[in-house]
Unconditional design. Structure first.
Length: 322
């Protein structure tokens, strides 16, 4: 079968099989049964593959995206990588709008996958780049013909993808689950996962993990350096999440936790995974003692490779502590 001869919807249907179940591994821990779900096993390396595919599939089915559509999205990380990869496989044009904080390896990847990459340079009124990136997306959508903005910050399909895939898979693996720790940025992951898990395990506690300096849950804004977790603006998908508690993790703790995951557990994973692990450790004294050790899960959203120049780089980390 030659994919070139297939229609766009037929090519999308073929790609559905790319979303395979990601592994859950158990880590040694005292007093709890600790599990990590390894989302870097997704086809393009992160948990964002699921919503990227799901948004594309829905938009092709509804006719909002055709062979002639250009997709445009603000992302300096995993969502852009996922969208760029799926669009490339489907023969669609995708323009990622990125900013100077992007990891070098991600930028190089996007440059290879996309004909055009737009990089904003000006900080917005919050001191970050998110609002500038979003304004650039709107500009490009007006300027070009036949465009589609996936809107990873507010598209309910993002939560639906995590409900159907990430949440559903967790339900298949566990008979009982007491705590789940999920890193938050747009809130799409925690929205979908929490909705599905609360149906299956009504007493599960959902812990949102945020970065110190992020404004999502109302803390004071502060410059942050580790991508993937936290935000300078609260996205509307956060309101769909069923959250029991929030743990804010300082970046120095994230770094330590990433290294502990690597050197003690053999997991080379990214910043938000370290934040979730650090949050588990912070929360440990408050986990209720049951007759059996509680079943605890945290999500590892991406792999550690793109963080070698930051979280796993000693001089970079030393500057964080100053
Ligand atoms: C590495 C990583 N972890 C966690 C998240 C948070 O996911 P969400 O945006 O669904 O809240 C993201 C989002 O980009 C991410 O890239």
């Amino acid at each position: 079968m030659n994919p070139e001869n297939l229609s766009l919807s037929e090519r999308v249907a073929l790609l559905q099989g790319s979303l395979r179940e990601t592994p859950v591994v158990e880590l040694a821990a005292e007093g709890i049964r600790l599990h990590a779900k390894l989302e870097h096993a997704n086809p393009f390396g992160s948990l964002k593959d699921r919503p990227a595919f799901w948004i594309l599939k829905s938009a092709v089915e509804s006719g909002e995206v055709t062979e002639r559509t250009t997709l445009i999205e603000s992302s300096s990380g995993n969502f852009a990588n996922a969208m760029a990869s799926y669009c490339r496989l489907l023969g669609l044009e995708f323009i990622p709008v990125i900013d100077p904080n992007i990891a070098g390896s991600n930028e190089a990847f996007l440059q290879r996958m996309c004909k055009r990459v737009v990089k904003v340079q000006e900080r917005d009124e919050t001191g970050g780049f998110l609002k500038t990136r979003l304004r650039k997306v709107q500009e490009l959508c007006k300027e070009l013909e036949d465009t589609f903005w996936p809107n990873q910050y507010g598209n309910p399909k993002v939560a639906e993808a995590h409900y159907r895939y990430t949440g559903e898979e967790i339900c298949r693996v566990f008979k009982q689950l007491d705590y789940v720790f999920v890193g938050v940025s747009t809130g799409g992951t925690i929205a979908g996962v929490s909705q599905r898990l609360k149906e299956r395990f009504p007493s599960v506690k959902v812990i949102a993990v945020d970065a110190e300096g992020s404004v999502i849950f109302g803390g004071p804004p502060k410059k942050r350096h580790i991508p993937g977790i936290g935000a300078s603006v609260r996205a509307e998908l956060v309101d769909r999440a069923l959250i029991d508690e929030v743990v804010n993790v300082p970046e120095v703790e994230t770094v330590r936790a990433c290294r502990e995951l690597l050197y003690q557990h053999g997991l080379l994973v990214g910043g938000s995974s370290g934040s979730c692990y650090a949050a588990v450790k912070r929360y440990l004294p408050r986990m209720r003692s049951l007759s059996a050790p509680p079943q605890v899960l945290f999500l590892c959203a991406d792999k550690g490779g793109p963080y070698l120049d930051t979280v796993f780089n000693d001089p970079w980390c030393a500057r964080l502590e100053q």
